[in-house]
Design a protein around this ligand. Structure first.
Ligand code: SF4
Length: 266
């Protein structure tokens, strides 16, 4: 059994919608307070339901199910986020919208970001950028930081790994750079699949003109593998090994030699 691949949202706007085809409320899988790894400072991380990708290594596969979790209006959600404002202030933190793919609910996301901005809450969006360019443009004015998760740089390998092409992703990445947005890149290191010299060189060539503030390397791990079984899906990555310390070090040194600021958790 497999989940359907859903293309970037281009559907007609509904009544009362700001225009992206979303609606007055959105679906939230879960909310994590006191997050320390999804952006600067102490953060409230909101995991929005639904994702158009099907990354074979996804450790949040349960979050990709559309309309799962709890329904919130933007007011209700931002009221929850606001309760942690003291921690945001003392740590330079804020809210991070993650998923799933937060831009899967672009209209709802925009409204939440707008409200957070009015409350002077720092906003980050953790995204694959697989969305219609008009959706991305909608949230740019209300987003302080884009944490862009690049899955693969090669078109065919991206299709195999995630089920979709990376064409729109690379176009959206260029748009963020042209609009002078603050960008952090996230890249999962999977032995023989994303960490080969060929792919890393291609990635560097794409990223140089983008000038991300930093690159966060995330070694592939098998946490979350059970979630695939729990929702009745076959996990094709059961046999894939995690990268060794030496492999991780090689990639870190490669990016550092290219003058990127690199972060990684071993
Ligand atoms: S983009 Fe993220 S949430 Fe969506 S399938 Fe890939 S890893 Fe999972």
């Amino acid at each position: 059994m497999s989940l359907p691949i859903i293309q970037p949202t281009t559907s007609k706007p509904q009544k009362n919608c700001c225009g992206c085809g979303g609606c007055e409320s959105g679906y939230v899988h879960s909310i994590e307070s006191m997050g320390m790894v999804d952006g600067p400072g102490i953060r409230t991380v909101v995991f929005l339901s639904g994702c158009p990708l099907r990354c074979k290594y996804c450790h949040n596969i349960d979050v990709t199910v559309p309309k799962s979790g709890q329904s919130f209006t933007p007011e209700e959600l931002v009221d929850k986020v606001k309760s942690n404002k003291t921690y945001f202030k003392s740590s330079g933190g804020g809210v991070t919208f993650s998923g799933g793919e937060p831009l899967y609910q672009a209209c709802f996301l925009k409204k939440c970001l707008q409200r957070c901005q009015k409350e002077n809450i720092h906003t980050a969006v953790d995204t694959s950028l697989f969305t219609a360019p008009k959706n991305l443009k909608k949230i740019i004015p209300y987003t302080d930081l884009f944490m862009v998760s690049i899955k693969q740089i090669d078109v065919e390998a991206h299709q195999k790994l995630t089920g979709v092409s990376n064409e729109v992703i690379l176009k959206n990445l260029k748009t963020l750079a042209q609009e002078k947005q603050k960008i952090w890149i996230r890249y999962v290191l999977i032995p023989e699949m994303t960490n080969t010299p060929e792919y890393l060189k291609k990635l560097v060539n794409i990223l140089k003109p983008i000038s991300p503030e930093k690159i966060e390397l995330l070694p592939y791990h098998q946490a979350g593998a059970n979630k695939w079984k729990q929702i009745g899906l076959k996990n094709e990555f059961e046999e894939i090994r995690v990268p060794t310390k030496t492999e991780i070090k090689t990639v870190v040194e490669f990016f550092e030699a290219e003058k990127f600021k690199v972060l990684y958790n071993s």
